[in-house]
Write a protein that binds this ligand. Sequence first.
Ligand code: BG6
Length: 499
Amino acid sequence: MNKPPDHILVIFGASGDLTRRKLIPALMELQKIDLLPQRFAVLGIGRSNYTDLTYREMISSHLDEPGEILPLLHYLSMDPEDKDSYPKLAARLQELGSQREIAENIIFYLATPPSLYATIPLFLSSKGLLTESGDIWRRIIIEKPFGMDYTSAHKLNRSLLKYLKEDQIYRIDHYLGKETVQNVLVTRFSNGIFEPLWNRNFIHHVEITASESIGVGTRGGYYDHSGALRDMLQNHLLQLVGFVAMEPPTVIASDAIRNEILKVFQSLRPITGDAIPKQVIRGQYMTSHVRGEAMPGYRSEEGVPEESRTETFVAMKLFIDNWRWGGVPFYVRTGKRLPTRVSEIVVHFNASPHPLFCDQQGSSGKGNQLVIRIQPNEGILLKFGMKVPGAGFKVQEVNMDFHYKDLADSYIPEAYQRLLLDCMQGDSTLYARADAVEAAWQFVDPILKTWEENQGIPLHGYPCGTWGPEVADQMIEGEDHTWRCPCKNLADDGLYCEL
Ligand code: BG6
């Protein structure tokens, strides 16, 4: 792969958690594999009073091995909400560009609170910093959350599109940067065996889980205004649905792929009225003990009101009303303080049409499953029945599996590494497009609104370390399925996530 073109990366929110934990390490990885531009500099922006030197020291204190990245880091102390400080930014960019002989290409990364997502581009544009000319490009990366609902997302898009073209805007959904998520496309479209089966005629239902064992930690203040539906389902989980359900794109190119994802979102059957309590289960973790350790309930977390009704778990049954998926239920769930951290997609194929071995011991008569493990223990597993040697026809379910760790070169890049590199290369395939983000909000909006207006819809408590409220199990069991349990219980080691 070629090195990306020379540019300056400006990070708003440069002393924040995201910059320290994700962005700088991602740049370090790119540097290690020689994929940073020939001429490159980072200009961190924040209100804190650092100099280049003290900023480097602060970043370095959070890294195990800072390596060669530090000399590339610079800092400008300014208030991004103060329009009058932008000439200072323009001057610093000029200075940095000429000192390091870097062309005028610039990426602006907004790792700030969302309240600044409209303000910063407005001020940048007023100083001409977003204007492209000839080969010179200007791009902007926007972190999630992109809006709080359809109206705010639409308003933000409209405001951004006043100063920028869509191809200058990169909306992050870090799930799209995960290697294993991209592999869904390769599994589906580079193999002849899956795609003919990938439809309502052969697939019984699809299950998607993204569980976390951690609670909200120090993010209670943000999370309480968000909740699991906004924080995980509207973006990450729907993107996974998009990858599983989309039609083959005509080419592997940004708009071709994103057009297909948009069509999936537009085909989601709205969940409204009485269907909401039946198809969408919400829960909140309660104080409990997990393997002898006391875990605080959500309402005791820092920054969370004692009476909070914010959901930390959501399970949903949804349908995609199109030719391929008509009638196939998709069950998706996500939550915090569940038994383990795992994200996986399970495609359940129909059982064989004539259950020849069903009365034989061991045969469940259930269909094959294809498990796509996003994280951890990344890999793919196909479950199918085999004959147990000996008399009769006893059937046993066996696994055919592939684990990334078994590849000679099993290095899996971090999502941010891939996404930053793509933006540097001008490839927005793995970034969310305006219309898709809005379509996803249009799908979840009625649910959020109904929850808000109708306090009678239950918010189920669930003990930490469980798979969420039992009603979420009943929702799927009522239809004779169960959520796949991705864990194997190991006495001492806690829960081990088995592929
Ligand atoms: C973020 C959410 O987008 O994704 C967090 O805001 C969540 O609440 C995180 O913990 C999960 O990401 P990952 O990559 O750990 O699955």
